[in-house]
Design a protein around this ligand. Structure first.
Ligand SMILES: C[S@@+](CC[C@H](N)C(=O)[O-])C[C@H]1O[C@@H](n2cnc3c(N)ncnc32)[C@H](O)[C@@H]1O
Length: 236
């Protein structure tokens, strides 16, 4: 399978275009599981009250909001290069009166606009697969974390159990792009999703890539039969 085009302007334009329907499609196409996956990522970080967190590829800020629901006094900087996604995230943050706790900043994963060693934790939910140079993003995450800081990355995987794998492949390759196209009115975004997942490194390989960027205790935890993997690591 050829790797899809991940030119930053193309990816940002695609997310800007689907932004109005992004949250709805996320919840519907995952049957509501996306919230559980984000909650699990936050739980695994074991954040202390008042923790400072970077949420990279924050999109409409659902992971940033999950952190605030679970960690009293946390402060989150959400970074993303798609302005339309951030604007929708900002509406949700303002509605919940969380402007003092979550700050959204437009920026690229290759140059995270956050100071060195200033964060206790970093999260990336369903974003790293879209980044054109994921190793550069991991180096940047490593830079902004303090020693001992924790990283949680959620990304789609492929179920290992044969029957489930076949059923899921059919859903992911045919049903999801068709529903996504119809609801988002975008021709390629929801076909890009399975294509980008299919060319992403398998969990043990990606865990090794994380470890190469100054992280230890790297774990790849399978969620929902391996449909999603949660990568947990600690900055050395
Ligand atoms: C699938 S969405 C995930 C959004 C959110 N984290 C969530 O859980 O719903 C991926 C996001 O990554 C952002 N993104 C992709 N590549 C990026 C990059 N190089 N720098 C900043 N943001 C990026 C996109 O703009 C998009 O909002």
């Amino acid at each position: 399978m050829p790797a899809p085009d991940k030119t930053p302007s193309r990816i940002a334009g695609m997310f800007d275009a689907i932004a109005p329907r992004y949250d709805l499609l996320n919840h519907v196409l995952s049957l509501g599981l996306d919230r559980r996956w984000r909650d699990r990522a936050v739980d695994e970080l074991r954040l202390s009250p008042g923790a400072r967190v970077l949420d990279l590829c924050t999109g409409t800020a659902d992971l940033a909001l999950a952190i605030l629901r679970k960690v009293p006094g946390a402060s989150v900087v959400g970074v993303d290069f798609a302005g339309a996604m951030l604007r929708l995230g900002q509406v949700k943050i303002s509605r919940l009166d969380l402007n003092q706790s979550i700050r959204l900043v437009r920026g690229d994963a290759a140059r995270i606009p956050v100071g060195t060693a200033t964060c206790d934790a970093a999260t990336v939910a369903f974003g790293i697969r879209n980044v054109s140079e994921p190793e550069l993003a991991l180096a940047e995450i490593s830079r902004i974390l303090r020693p001992g800081g924790r990283l949680a990355i959620l990304e789609f995987g492929q179920p290992a159990i044969p029957g489930i794998r076949t059923l899921y492949s059919w859903y992911f390759r045919y049903v999801l792009p068709a529903v996504g196209r119809r609801v988002s009115k975008h021709n390629s975004a929801y076909s890009y999703l399975p294509a980008s997942v299919g060319t992403f490194p398998p969990p043990p390989e990606f865990a090794g890539i994380i470890a190469k960027h100054g992280f230890s205790n790297v774990r790849a935890v399978s969620l929902t039969f391996g449909i999603v993997y949660l990568y947990i690591a600690e900055k050395s």
